[in-house]
Design a protein around this ligand. Structure first.
Ligand code: NAD
Ligand code: GLY
Length: 381
């Protein structure tokens, strides 16, 4: 069950390989694609414990002499200047040259910091993404956005730098904690909501099983993996097409930010970290974006209810008041960080709104009173 999706960017095109046993076969693929190139694997300590040995064995079996892996701490706080410096200095100490290829084994945190290190080390070296979270497999590992966080906000320091290859082993999701799987699922649902109503209908039927822990019975486990495979492939196809058409986000790539203007504000208020995971913020943000669209007469109230019902069935938050951390939050407190969002223009937040499920578009002049009203409703206890 291997599917290859190509991100078509001319001379910088690359493949996304999705399937099971992709990690165990990584060595032979990398040996074919990058003959004789030195590799350095970078991971976080949680992922390293679970999946690094499979990758290293496969590199060794393919005759790839990779250097000692670099292991960073897990969590969003790793995406900072201090860890970037540590990573870059370690790589330089190892004597990397322009033939060196970095291999990012982990979730979006590892993918983002390793991608950024690759973008700036020696003015740019190659890297490969080996995503191990659902979020990274359907979103962050694809498309070449790399970054670290600043005290002014998330992902504010970074570069566009495309990987050479994305190796997605869906079996790695079996070890992912359910909360992380659900958070990643928000990005899967996003693809249906922004541009593919049929995919969203399919997710309404298959989503809960797709997110659940791997069942013990082999037939049920195979069915869950098959559903994950289909969801990841469809998500990657949609992202690949959007990135190929608008690599630098001057047009339709901005649609991938459905739910993110609200979501980032919620994450900022929650302090970026485990209190509110990125995907949880995106789930809430998508509900708020649909509500705002309905309030502005752009989409039907029934669509808002469908979105809310589905995300709630997955176990994702759909009202801000349901977050224990939100007790003292106010609409204006949430609107403030929106002006610092990367998508803001003249300090005015921009929103991806919708004319219905699968029909997202970018709106520039959203009345801030309408945003305030939506936030107030979601905050009401
Ligand atoms: P993450 O990388 O922090 O991973 C979540 C947790 O799961 C970590 O503790 C990690 O150690 C653990 N983990 C990873 N894989 C595992 C596995 N297979 N089994 C068990 N545990 C595992 O978080 P994430 O949700 O993958 O990524 C979030 C980051 O991605 C954020 O920093 C966000 O800004 C970024 N992001 C980037 C893009 C982009 O386009 N570059 C898009 C979306 C999000
Ligand atoms: N995650 C949004 C993007 O890649 O553009």
């Amino acid at each position: 069950m291997i599917e290859t999706i190509t991100v078509d960017l001319g001379p910088r095109s690359y493949d996304i390989i999705v399937g099971t046993d992709v990690l165990a076969a990584a060595g032979s693929r990398l040996a074919r694609l990058l003959p004789g190139r030195p590799l350095i694997v970078i991971s976080d300590s949680t992922v390293a414990e679970l999946h690094l040995s499979t990758l290293l064995s496969s590199l060794a079996a393919a005759g790839i002499a990779e250097a000692t892996p670099v292991i960073l701490p897990p969590g969003e706080s790793t995406k900072d200047f201090a860890h970037l410096e540590l990573l870059l200095e370690t790589l330089l100490e190892r004597g990397i040259d322009r033939r060196t290829v970095l291999v990012a084994l982990g979730g979006g945190v590892i993918g983002d910091i390793v991608g950024f290190a690759a973008a700036i080390a020696l003015r740019g070296i190659d890297f490969v993404q080996v995503p191990t979270t659902l979020l990274a497999q359907v979103d962050s590992a694809v498309g070449g956005k790399t970054a670290i966080d600043s005290r002014h906000g998330k992902n504010l320091i970074g570069a566009f730098h495309q990987p050479l290859l994305v190796l997605t082993d869906i079996a790695t999701l079996d070890t992912l904690p359910i909360r992380q799987r659900r958070a990643g699922y928000a990005e899967v649902a996003k693809y249906g909501l922004l541009g593919d109503a049929d995919f969203f209908s399919w997710l309404e039927a298959e989503g809960p099983a797709l997110c659940a822990d791997a069942p013990a019975a082999p037939a049920a486990r195979d069915a869950a993996r098959a559903a994950r495979h289909r969801a990841i492939v469809q998500s990657c196809r949609m992202k690949a097409a959007i990135v190929a058409a608008d690599e630098r986000e001057s047009g339709d790539r901005a649609l991938l930010n459905l739910g993110h203007t609200f979501g980032h504000a919620l994450e900022a208020e929650a302090g970026f970290g485990d209190v509110l995971l990125h995907g949880e913020g995106v789930a809430l943000g998508m509900v708020l974006a649909f509500e705002l669209s309905a309030d502005l007469g752009l989409c039907a109230a029934g669509d808002v209810e469908r979105v809310r019902r589905h995300l709630a069935a997955i176990g994702l938050p759909t009202r801000i008041a349901d977050l224990p951390v939100a007790r003292d939050w106010t609409p204006d407190g949430l609107i403030r960080p929106m002006a610092k969002d990367k998508k803001a223009y003249d300090r005015q937040p921009r929103f991806v709104l919708t004319r219905g499920i699968g029909r997202a578009f970018m709106m520039h002049d959203v009345p801030i009173d309408a945003v305030r009203a939506v936030l107030a409703r979601s905050l009401a206890r």
